[in-house]
Design a protein around this ligand. Structure first.
Ligand code: GLN
Length: 266
C-alpha cells in the first residue's frame, strides 16, 4: 500500500480493496483528517505516529511519541527467543523484558508462547501506559506485569523466587553524539529510547553487570545490538566471565544484530 492508501484505510477503517471496489467520496471531516495526516507527514512525523498504529509480528500496536516505533530487527530478536523457549521444558517460562516501549516484545512473547509470565520494565511511566493498553488490545494483560524500573533498580535483591529463565532487551544503543544527526523522522521518537550513552554501550554494561543475579542458573540473555557494535560487545564481554556467547545473529543485510548469551556453565 502506498502512504495515501494506508491513511485512507486508517481513516475509513476499511481494507485496501474496498478503497477501489466501494469508493465513496470523503465527507468533510474525513477530508480534514486526511489533510492533517498529509501535512504531519510533510513535517517529518513518522507515518506510524500519524496513523497511530503499526504492526509487529502481525500484531496491531498503538504507537505515538511516547514510545519507540517497533523495528523489523526486533522481530528477529523475538523469533530468537521463541526458538530457544521451545527447548526449555519448564512452564510457565519466566521472562524479563527490559525497555517495554510499546510493549511489543512482551506482548509478542505472551501471544506466541504457550505458557509464560512476562515482567516488562521501562523507566517511562507514559510508555508503560501505552504498553498496558496494547496488552489489553492483544488480550494478554494477565500474562504481563508492567513495572516502572530503571533497568533492574525496582527489583529487590534476587532470591530463588524472582529469577528469570530468559532476559530480553532492545536497549537504547545509539551513541549520544549521533542523536542530533539522526534523520528527522527518528528525531520524533523518544530520546530516552534511543540514547545509549557516549559509545552506545551504557545499557549493555548495566545489563551485563547485573543480569547474572536475576537469571536462573541455565538462563539466557537476548539482546538487540547496533549493526557496528559486535566488536565493542565482544571486548566488553571479556570483563564478564559469567556469560558464554552462544551466537551473534545477522539481519537480512548480513549485519550482526542479535546477541545471545547464556550463563557460563562450570
Ligand atoms: N521494546 C521496545 C522496542 O523494542 C522499546 C525499546 C526501547 O525503548 N529502546 O521497540
Amino acid at each position: 500500500m502506498n502512504e495515501t492508501e494506508l491513511m485512507l484505510t486508517s481513516i475509513l477503517g476499511c481494507r485496501r480493496v474496498d478503497l477501489y471496489a466501494d469508493w465513496k467520496p470523503l465527507d468533510e471531516f474525513q477530508r480534514l483528517h486526511l489533510d492533517r495526516m498529509k501535512s504531519e507527514r510533510q513535517n517529518g512525523r513518522p507515518l506510524q505516529y500519524v496513523m497511530g498504529w503499526t504492526e509487529f509480528m502481525g500484531l496491531k500496536l498503538c504507537v505515538d511519541e511516547r514510545v519507540l516505533i517497533p523495528r523489523f530487527e526486533t522481530e528477529l530478536l523475538v523469533e530468537s527467543v521463541l526458538k530457544t523457549a521451545e527447548k526449555i521444558s519448564r512452564q510457565p517460562l519466566e521472562i524479563l523484558d527490559i525497555g517495554s516501549g510499546s510493549g511489543n516484545i512482551a506482548i509478542a512473547l505472551a501471544v506466541f508462547l504457550e505458557k509464560c509470565q512476562v515482567t516488562s520494565v521501562d523507566i517511562s511511566e507514559e510508555a508503560l501506559d501505552l504498553a498496558r493498553e496494547n496488552a489489553k488490545i492483544s488480550q494478554v494483560s494477565h500474562e504481563i506485569n508492567f513495572i516502572r524500573s530503571d533497568i533492574f533498580n525496582a527489583f529487590k535483591t534476587p532470591n530463588e523466587t524472582n529469577k528469570f529463565d530468559i532476559i530480553v532487551s532492545n536497549p537504547p544503543y545509539i551513541s549520544s553524539q549521533r542523536i542530533p544527526h539522526l534523520p528527522i523522522e527518528v528525531q520524533f521518537e523518544p530520546v530516552l529510547a534511543l540514547d545509549g550513552g557516549v559509545r552506545g554501550l551504557f545499557f549493555y554494561e548495566q545489563i551485563f553487570a547485573q543480569a547474572q543475579l536475576f537469571l536462573k542458573p541455565d538462563g539466557y540473555l537476548f539482546l538487540e545490538i547496533g549493526d557496528d557494535q559486535r566488536k565493542d560487545l565482544e571486548d566488553l564481554l571479556k570483563k564478564y566471565s559469567c556469560f558464554d556467547i552462544i551466537e551473534f545473529k545477522k539481519d537480512l543485510n548480513e549485519r550482526d544484530r542479535i546477541l545471545i548469551l547464556c550463563q557460563t556453565r562450570f
